[in-house]
Design a protein around this ligand. Structure first.
Ligand code: PFF
Length: 470
């Protein structure tokens, strides 16, 4: 076990290990699957530029606040909040709000692993393709595009397969989290994140040379103010929060394993910068391939799983590149799912005073069962709409309910709470000693967490729940 603070507590072995783990948490399906799909569905450039604006002015200040709470508290998210509230002479009820974050991480984990299962399925599909047709030609040789497109609905209609893949993905996550911070989670991050970056850059360069790169550049970075509607802005903030792993106790939990010597402001900047760079590059990795095949960019969630595989068909060595692409997405998804599992595990371990393996097992079984309901909502349980009587969840099966409740309610509430807590509740002396900022920059950050972040996030929360306001 490696100590983060000089005690015998399990923690990151170095600053770079923390950076890799936190970047691993941030970079995931949100960047590779959700970001290009959201950018495509929300008109490209306007969404992208507003997204960058949100990362800098809302995401980054909240990210620093979360890691700061964790590092000062050196415990699970609710316990860290409780400690800081007590040291600041404030009510300990703030920890209840942090508990919603832990619940949020648990709920995201359950459906995130279902999507992780889809990634495993596509790895299997491309492995088969490599064996069937060799690597010389494009993917799925001789098969009509409709056939490739129907792979995803085919998977959705097979409840048992989806449940099985979800179980495999969550079991892999369990394996690493149960081994602990330094020998499990850190191991995953230090091996898989560099491998991810190598594959990612290679595929992006490949797309730049063989695909329609300049068309993708124009699409992603041409700012058309008329496209910047309220809905687009809302989608951009929500995406920024999901992508930076905010509002659900994940970064607070990781912050608790950071050593005192680490400058949190600078490190948060690196994490947010790397995450945003990957999201933008994911656009520049996927869209050139999509455009080169003459396909539509506004594919929504089907962009990565349906449109892109058709794109690989017309690319040289397409089946091998397709296989490497989905292996890379798997690495990104796994380094995120471990952080989602770690937040409730750290809390349960502490709350129930049990060992890590048992706490991880309980969390895994809970998320596995909930994820099974989410997986079956695409097929045999499509009619089960548990919260259908609430307008926000009308017509939604379990997968969509979990997505909506976390992205539209729990994440904004968690982030508002974090900003208000750091901005107004925690004692200044204590915040000053942790944030690594000085002078004007510190004042600006305080202004953002006190005013801009809560204000913007409250609007997001209200509009997200009552979309008819827009
Ligand atoms: N940031 C991850 C992604 O972009 O896929 C998702 C995520 C991980 C959200 C961890 C929240 C979290 F605590």
């Amino acid at each position: 076990m490696v100590a983060a603070t000089g005690s015998s507590r399990d923690g990151w072995s170095s600053r770079s290990a923390f950076i890799l783990a936190a970047v691993g948490s941030a970079v995931g399906l949100g960047n590779m699957w959700r970001f290009p799909a959201e950018a495509g569905a929300n008109g490209g450039g306007a969404f992208v530029l507003f997204y960058i604006f949100c990362v800098v002015l809302i995401g980054l200040p909240v990210l620093l606040s979360e890691t700061l709470i964790g590092r000062h508290g050196q415990a699970s998210a609710p316990e860290s909040v409780r400690k800081i509230a007590a040291e600041s002479g404030r009510s300990s009820h703030w920890d209840t709000l942090a508990s919603f974050g832990v619940l949020g991480a648990f709920l995201v984990l359950s459906f995130y692993c279902v999507v992780g299962g889809w990634v495993l399925y596509y790895i299997g599909v491309f492995v088969q393709d490599v064996f069937a047709t060799g690597i010389a030609g494009g993917a799925f040789e001789g098969r009509p595009p409709e056939d490739i497109e129907s792979l995803l609905p085919g998977l959705f209609s097979d409840g048992m397969l989806m449940v099985g893949l979800h179980a495999v993905f969550i079991t892999i996550t369990f394996y690493f989290v149960s081994r602990g911070v330094s020998s499990g989670i850190e191991w995953v991050a230090t091996w898989l994140m560099p491998a991810f970056f190598v594959l990612f850059l290679a595929i992006t360069v490949y797309g730049a040379f063989t695909g329609a790169f300049s068309e993708a550049l124009t699409y992603l970075f041409t700012f058309d103010a008329s496209k910047l509607t309220g809905e687009v802005m809302l989608a951009a903030v929500g995406q920024a929060f999901f992508s930076l792993s905010l509002g659900v106790a994940g970064m607070m939990t990781y912050g608790a394993y950071v050593g005192r010597e680490v400058n949190l402001a600078g490190t948060s900047g690196i994490i947010a910068g790397a995450d945003t760079a990957v999201a933008l590059l994911a656009g520049l990795c996927i869209f050139p391939i999509v455009f080169a095949a003459g396909l539509e960019p506004n594919g929504g969630p089907g962009l990565m799983f349906q449109t892109l595989p058709i794109g690989f068909q017309s690319m040289p060595v397409g089946s091998l590149v397709g296989l490497l692409f989905f292996i890379m997405v798997f690495f990104a998804a796994l380094t995120s799912s471990v952080s989602l599992m770690e937040a409730p595990t750290a809390w349960l371990k502490e709350k129930a005073n049990i060992g890590r393996p048992l706490a991880t097992l309980v969390v895994t079984i809970g998320a596995l069962l909930l994820g099974i309901l989410a997986a079956l909502s695409f097929n045999s349980m499509a009619d089960f709409q548990p919260l259908g009587f609430i307008p926000l969840f009308e017509g939604q099966g379990m997968f969509d309910v979990l997505d909506t409740v976390t992205s539209k309610v729990l994440m904004p509430v968690g982030a508002i709470m974090t900003a208000l807590f750091v901005g107004w509740v925690a004692e200044r002396r204590l915040i000053d000693s942790e944030n690594g900022l000085t002078g004007g920059l510190e004042k600006f950050w305080l202004f953002l967490v006190r005013w801009l972040c809560p204000f913007a996030l409250i609007i997001i929360l209200v509009v997200g729940i009552f979309p008819s306001i827009l």
